[in-house]
Design a protein around this ligand. Structure first.
Ligand SMILES: [Zn+2]
Ligand SMILES: [Zn+2]
Length: 139
């Protein structure tokens, strides 16, 4: 995906998001660093470059991206929201040892629980936890 400033400004315009240099940098960060960052991590990475940045701005921008369908929230841990610019269907695996979050392909549409047949589903999340291969090999 094109992460240039011009391309992002166009995307913001099309999705009705108020655009600013700061928002553009936050979106770029999310698209380049596919590490499912928390708002705090994004703040910490960008504050040197943008000294006027506040945590509130980061939260508000992320919220606007999620509302507009440009990003999604990954709540694999209760106490922290992580953000993902990859909005395609995929599951998340969190390693209990190194804390890394891995993406994996899963056909989420195939999960159709009979008990929820008549319900309206707004969101489907697939979360796995365990120990990743890298950590298993280091034991
Ligand atoms: Zn690990
Ligand atoms: Zn992801």
């Amino acid at each position: 995906m094109d992460v240039s400033a011009d391309a992002l400004m166009d995307i913001f315009k099309n999705r009705g998001i108020r655009s600013s240099y700061t928002r553009m940098r936050i979106m770029q960060y999310l698209m380049v660093n596919r590490n499912h960052s928390t708002a705090d991590e994004i703040y910490g990475s960008l504050v040197e470059e943008i000294p006027t940045l506040s945590r509130t701005t980061v939260y508000n921008s992320l919220h606007a991206f999620v509302e507009a369908g440009l990003a999604r929230v990954v709540t694999i841990e209760d106490n922290e929201a992580r953000y993902d610019a990859d909005i395609s269907d995929h599951g998340h695996f969190k390693c209990d040892s190194c804390g890394r979050i891995y993406d994996f392909t899963v056909d989420v549409d195939c999960i159709q629980p009979k008990a929820l047949e008549k319900f309206r589903i707004n969101q489907r999340d697939v979360y796995f936890k365990g120990i990743c291969l890298g950590c298993l090999d280091n034991k």
